[in-house]
Design a protein around this ligand. Structure first.
Ligand SMILES: C[S@@+](CC[C@H](N)C(=O)[O-])C[C@H]1O[C@@H](n2cnc3c(N)ncnc32)[C@H](O)[C@@H]1O
Length: 266
């Protein structure tokens, strides 16, 4: 058994965006050693296939029909398994520290004296940039990278610092942004971001049905309309997306990344 995975302890493990080859070796080792695995809805099927068939797996994702208030039940399930002496892996899509509600789980476990550690994963923004053949930062053009969520509580407006997000040198990676794409586009333009700022919508990143859609900020809502509501997607906004070096990189990788649609200023 691995020296760093004692019975009664928990690892929060980053599963990456979906492709099992984007998993760290440490993640793979921990998954193989676990007595039980709790996983999110967005953990890819190829990653789930690495869980030994004899290891119980529990789907605790919101897409399984649960509501977000069930975070408390997830915390309790993790604690109960650890207190029963099991080696627990909590598999989370992407990187556990990015919009992954890790802190709630860590706090809950730590308060009960349960040892908990984190294994990082590749976050969707990195994987989307790789698939699209772009860099998220670019010397002189994109000196800042902002990861932001556009998920608002039901009935509430998006509470974001639009002036800061509209800074021309920032690349924005918007998680959970598809439903709010129209508002993101309007508010950024109203705050001074150029309507022709390049944008990219990355759907099902690193999975066989990945799609990379490109356009401009003013056409963002239109781009998002073409994707199915259930498919996870990430919005990337910023000058680096349209930088000239990008185009040849896309041409080279085109076969590997699937359908690429061009929809500038639709
Ligand atoms: C709760 S957040 C979790 C983010 C995750 N911890 C990470 O580091 O990527 C879920 C959001 O991440 C994005 N996402 C996760 N996996 C994705 C994928 N394979 N393709 C596109 N977007 C994805 C979507 O914006 C989705 O709504």
């Amino acid at each position: 058994m691995p020296h760093d995975f004692a019975p009664g302890s928990v690892w929060l493990v980053g599963a990456g965006p979906g492709d099992p080859e984007l998993l760290t070796r440490k993640a793979e080792r921990l998954i193989a050693a676990a007595d039980i695995v709790f996983h999110d809805a967005l953990v890819g099927p190829g990653v789930l296939a690495l869980i030994p068939p004899t290891t119980p797996r529990v789907h605790v994702g919101k897409r399984s029909g649960r509501h977000s208030k069930d975070q408390r039940s997830i915390n309790d399930l993790l604690a109960a398994a650890a207190l029963a002496g099991k080696r627990v892996v909590r598999l989370k899509g992407g990187d556990p520290s990015i919009f992954g509600r890790s802190t709630e789980e860590i706090r809950h476990l730590a308060e009960r004296g349960i040892a908990v550690r984190i294994c990082p994963g590749i976050t969707t923004a990195s994987a989307a940039a790789a698939s699209a053949g772009i860099s998220l930062t670019l010397r002189g053009l994109a000196r800042k990278l902002t990861l932001v969520t556009a998920h608002a509580r039901a009935g509430e407006a998006l509470d974001l610092d639009w002036a800061a997000l509209a800074a021309p040198e920032a690349t924005l990676a918007v998680y959970m942004g598809a439903a709010a794409a129209g508002e993101v586009s309007r508010r950024l333009i109203a705050a001074g971001r150029a309507p022709d700022t390049p944008v990219l919508v990355a759907v099902n990143v690193s999975l066989p049905d990945e799609r990379i859609l490109r356009g401009s900020l003013s056409a963002l809502a239109f781009l998002v309309e073409t994707i199915s509501g259930d498919d996870p997607s990430l919005l990337l906004i910023g000058e680096t997306i349209g930088a000239p070096a990008t185009v040849s990189a896309i041409a080279e990788t085109r076969g590997a990344v699937g359908t690429i649609a061009y929809a500038r200023d639709a």
